[in-house]
Design a protein around this ligand. Structure first.
Ligand code: SF4
Ligand code: SF4
Ligand code: SF4
Length: 250
């Protein structure tokens, strides 16, 4: 019997589900190994009977909290899927402001109809077994994590900086072009995906566990770049990190 897989979306743009839907031949290979029983973006069938829950999106309401707890109770394996789910992602930008203030700014008089809480990645609410990073998810990592989950073995993303992969790919550093880049403090594992394609690293995989703050400050000083420019970029994906001290609940 093949393991049953269900996709669930919480607060997000659903771009990571789309990434899976666009997976082409690799998706066909995956479907030889698993039965997808719930995947709202591509099928109308649904099932409450699943082994692996793939969670897209972050937790931003009390209703989300209850819902993810119920999914956790049913699933043997929970995979956080994409930056929104693994680190809170861009939804976490609201954590920078008082909640009432941000609700009024967005919803005006309708603010009272939108009960929102601080953005949390999934593991800050329930136990997560595997993490697939990036915004949107990086296809080679989807395959690696699914292989590990199906074999029941751990998967650990690298905990060194994107710069390592970027240097191996022989890219010209963005700082040499006068552009800020979060590669020095962001977890690798995407093979410097964005820089290879002419963009900067926005930090979508989250920060390394021990960021080289002194090294980053030296870079800013060398290139005469204001600290604010980098801090704003860090906040774009990493604001929920400040809640990281909270222990994940079982
Ligand atoms: S991680 Fe990015 S692409 Fe994926 S759902 Fe969140 S915002 Fe969309
Ligand atoms: S700062 Fe950015 S562009 Fe420069 S090496 Fe690091 S990842 Fe590459
Ligand atoms: S280069 Fe940076 S922003 Fe781009 S996918 Fe990798 S971690 Fe994310």
């Amino acid at each position: 019997m093949k393991p049953k897989v269900a996709f669930f979306d919480f607060t997000c743009c659903e771009g990571c589900q789309l990434q899976m839907a666009n997976f082409g031949e690799t998706l066909l290979e995956i479907l030889k190994l698993v039965d997808v029983v719930t995947f709202r973006e591509v099928m109308s069938e649904r099932s409450e009977d699943y082994d692996i829950a793939i969670i897209e999106g972050s937790i931003t309401t009390e209703h989300d909290v209850e819902r993810i707890k119920k999914i956790r109770e049913k699933a043997k394996v929970v995979i956080a899927y994409g930056s929104c789910a693994t680190i809170g992602g861009i939804n976490g930008m609201k954590n920078k402001f008082p909640l009432d203030e941000i609700k009024e700014y967005v919803y005006k008089d309708g603010a009272k109809y939108f009960p929102t809480i601080l953005t949390r990645p999934v593991h800050q609410v329930v136990k997560v077994d595997y993490f697939i990073n990036c915004c949107p998810v990086y296809p080679p990592e989807i395959v690696k994590v699914l292989k590990a989950a199906l074999q029941g073995i751990p998967y650990e993303a690298p905990d060194y900086a994107v710069c390592v992969e970027c240097k191996l790919n022989e890219n010209v550093c963005m700082y040499d072009k006068g552009i800020t880049c979060l590669g020095p403090v962001t977890k690798a594992g995407c093979n410097s995906w964005c820089i290879n394609n002419g963009n900067i690293c926005y930090g979508c995989r989250g920060m390394v566990s021990n960021p080289a703050k002194t090294g980053q400050m030296d870079i800013l000083e060398k290139y005469k770049i204001p600290l604010d420019w980098v801090v704003n970029k860090v906040d774009m994906y990493n604001k929920p990190r400040e809640l990281e001290e909270e222990k994940p609940k079982k």
